[in-house]
Every structure is written in C-alpha cells, then in structure tokens.
Design a binder for this molecule. Sequence first.
Ligand SMILES: [Mn+2]
Length: 400
Amino acid sequence: MTTTSQGDTTTPAMLIQHISDPHIGAARHGHRNPETGENTADESVIRCFEHAIRTGQERGVAAQIISGDIWDRGTPTPEMIARVIDPLRESIRNGIQVIAEDGNHGRHGVRPGHRGPAELLRAIGVTVYDQVGMHTVETHSGPLHVLGVPWPQRAVLAHQAGVDDVDPAQLDEILADYLTELIEDQMEAADMGAGEHLVVSSHITINEGTLHRGSETVVNPKGVFEEIQLPIEALTATGAHYVALGHLHEHQDVGPRASYSGSLDRLTFGEAEDPKGTLLVGLTDADPTREFIPTPARRLLNLHLDADTEPDLSDLEPGTLVKAHLAPGERVVPEPIRKTITAAGARLVKTKPAPMKRTVTATKIQNGLTLTDATRQWAKAEKLDSTTTQKVLDRINNYL
Ligand SMILES: [Mn+2]
C-alpha cells in the first residue's frame, strides 16, 4: 500500500473508495483453465473486482464509487452480471452506498434509449447515474453528494442540446460548453449543508497533454472518436472535495483533488509494468488523502528477444503471460526459450515479429538517367558505403 499523495493533516471526515474500469468479461489473452473450465482472463478480472470490493468492505468505507466500464461490453452474459451483483449486494448489506455508471463499454451494443447493464444494479440498491445529475446518499458517516457526469458521447449530447447544422470543427467546443453549463446548473440547484462532502464521478477524458491512456485505446479503439473531452477545471470548479475519474486505464492523479484510479487488471501488454488497484479516499475540508490499494492483477511480461536473444528467465513466476518480441528474421520463439517459459509455469500468449527489413526505397529517379547513375542515386539514398555501391554496380554491369 502506498499513499500517492497526502492531503491536509485534518482527520478524514469520511472514507470512500474509488473504483474504475473493472471490465468484467474482458477475455483478452485468456485461455481455458483446465481445472475450472473458465476463461483465465475472466477469472482474473473477477478476482480483481472481488478483491477491490472486499477491501472496501473490510476498511469500512462509507461509499464505493465505480466510475464506469464495470463490464467490458453492453451485453454481458447473465453469469458476468451475477459476478458483479453478488459482491455489490454484500456491500449494500454492510451499509455501504454504491454509486455507478455504465461508461462507454457499458453502452456498446445497447440501442439508444435502452438501458445499459449498470441500470440492472438499481434493483439491488445501487445509485446509477445516466445523465448529469446530483445524487445525495445517506452514508454511515453522514450525507454524501455525488455529482454524476456520465461518459460524454458526442451524438447523445448533440441530440440533447438540440445541436444541428453547425460547423463540425466547432461541434466539440459547443458540446463542451453545453456540458459545462449542465454541471454549473446542477451546482446552482444543489442543496448542500455546511461541512457536507461533494464528489464528482465521471467516465471521461480530461484534455491534458500529460495524461496516459493506458489500455483504454487498445481495448476500445473506436470509443475515443465518439466522445468529447473536458478540461479538468470543468469538474473541479464545482468545489468538489474529490473528482473520481474513470476511462483512462493508467492510475494517475490530476492535481490535488482528482484522480484516475485506473483499471483493476492489466488488460493489454502495454500496461505490463503498471500498478493496478483502487483508491481509498479520505474526504476532508481541504485536499483529500489518497491511498492506493493494489489488486491481484495478472502478471504480464514483454520478452524482448529483439534486444536480447538469450534473456535471463530465472525470475519468471508461474502464471505469467508472456508476449515475445522476436529478433529480426525470426519467425518463431526459439525452442529452448519456449521450454523455459513452460517449465516455469508461465505461458506464451503472443508473438510479435520484428518489422520487415526495408529492402527497396522509392527514390525519385529522373527520366533520361543511365542505369549506372540511377543506381548511384539509389545507393546514396540508401546510405550505402562506397565499397557496397561499387559491388552493386559491378553486379549490374555483369548483366548489361
Ligand atoms: Mn475502460
């Protein structure tokens, strides 16, 4: 457990848990577990989710806020729905308030106007937001106000705002202004007592150049083109004690009062090195405290045979999933390395060949050049040394 940043020394008035992007049902790089018959990727994301929810219960949090992408798609199987409902029902039985939204993945495959899977959680007492709105829940530590700002899908916002016939280049700016006004309207209408806490929860991309997307763009290459972005100020200007962000899968703080807690598991090899977990957030009158609680995320290893053909694999832990980056010219992972991986109880799940060596360059060749001159130009563009150039010319001359 590490504290990512320390707020004021004031004793937290309320402890909440920020969870995001569980992606239940994400089967990437999974295989059938012979002991259980289940997909190992399914098992891993569920293990992370159950661990996160149980940790919040054990630490006696007042609320668990899930900032979107609970499921990997909008049409989860009944079993995947049950795997989410079971632990959350336990939280509610323990007197924990649960607040959640669908996120972009929860909307995929769901018809406009139809309910996404998160809506099913309402039946067990979860507070679900599907539009910009304030929700006040009574926790065991007092009232908590949660301003929900769901994933800002461009088409949905444009429809809501009644925007048509505008310059497409200005559409996003118009919609960002519209969304910011919706947030401001909610704050003006808010009824908050002195000393009460406000949290904003949103599945959103904050448009700051320093942010890292993590695996979100890989698991969802389309979604980022369907959304609009907001500056963080649009959310922090509410005066919220904490802004719980979801959507970007890399855990990162956005200033003293906002964080992406990050996905619960490692979904792609791009995040093999990233810590995964949830945040315990202590709400105070000043900046919140944030404690990162790691989840039992699966181990992924990028094996760079392109940099080292005889890597030291003595530390390889059982269960590790391996992606081999092949050396140039190799087409398969060499047998001894494959054997070492298997003997360690690890598993080779992906092989990436080195990029093809470029052999021909399109050099701009003028009309009327002799073959010798054209060859010299090409050799220069390819930065061939004089000896090699001469060899090429000799070979050509032999054919002439
Ligand atoms: Mn996500």
